[in-house]
Ligand binder design. Structure first.
Ligand SMILES: [Zn+2]
Ligand SMILES: [Zn+2]
Length: 253
């Protein structure tokens, strides 16, 4: 009978072992992997390459405007095709400076960066979190979750929920169809790729109705993934669906 409970126990033990290992090895930069002093997470060179997003922003998708303007405005992209979510904000521009950091978190094992990333995203999304009811991550398909062992969006969502004192429901959405990676696809193909991939977890269907939900992902590219999730949440009766990501692509003018 012990085998039934073995999996979570083994997982917890290996996580403890990994933490102990982290403490004995010299700390490494979460961006480039070079050795750093004990108190930091990234080396000075990696820090200096990060571009944090600051106002003025599009009030819809959160894209930074290149010049300062008075009042509240939407960008041309949001005017042309209003997104399925209400508002989106991100901490960092997804560019040469942040790519390795974001990808190492996604595919590597630098999980100790989650609290820092959560703090950055919570700060970028303070306005959206102020009156939010629930924070949820974009889900991974269970096969990918098994392979990767963790959902990077859920780690960030947990940190944000703690900071903003908002309820975190990691399994409110389910990815019931495994989708090929979005990275090589154009905007239309991305939308087709994720259409119908998500559904509401029936156990939480009641919690969606009338709720102001903040959806968390690591990177906002075309918005196809969060758009597909937002549609499902809206159909489930969500009062508002906002999006927070660690980084976002910013189109050059
Ligand atoms: Zn570095
Ligand atoms: Zn916009």
């Amino acid at each position: 009978m012990a085998s039934i409970v073995a999996h979570p126990v083994v997982e917890r033990v290996s996580r403890l072992a990994a933490t102990a290992l982290d403490l004995t090895l010299p700390p490494r930069c979460i961006g480039c992997g070079s050795r750093i002093d004990a108190n930091g997470l990234a080396c000075a060179a990696c820090w200096s390459r990060l571009n944090f997003i600051a106002p003025p922003l599009c009030i819809g998708c959160g894209a930074p405007f290149p010049v300062s303007i008075e009042g509240e405005h939407r960008c041309a992209v949001c005017y042309a095709a209003p997104p399925a979510y209400d508002r989106a904000r991100a901490a960092l521009v997804y560019d040469e400076g942040s790519r390795s950091l974001v990808l190492s978190f996604k595919h590597g094992d630098r999980l100790h960066a989650a609290p820092l990333f959560g703090a950055w995203v919570a700060q970028a999304g303070a306005e959206l979190l102020a009156d939010a009811d629930i924070v949820i991550p974009v889900p991974l398909h269970r096969w990918r979750l098994l392979k990767r062992r963790y959902n990077q969006a859920a780690l960030i969502a947990g940190e944000i929920a703690k900071r903003a004192k908002v309820t975190h429901i990691p399994d409110m959405l389910e990815r019931h169809r495994a989708t090929p990676s979005q990275s090589d696809l154009g905007p239309t193909a991305r939308q087709r790729n994720v259409a119908g991939a998500f559904r509401l977890n029936p156990r939480h269907a009641d919690r969606v109705k009338g709720s102001r939900i903040v959806l968390i992902d690591d990177v906002l590219t075309t918005g196809a993934t969060v758009g597909a999730c937002a549609k499902v949440l809206r159909r489930g009766g969500a009062a508002r669906v906002d999006v927070l990501t660690l980084a976002r692509v910013v189109l050059a003018d």
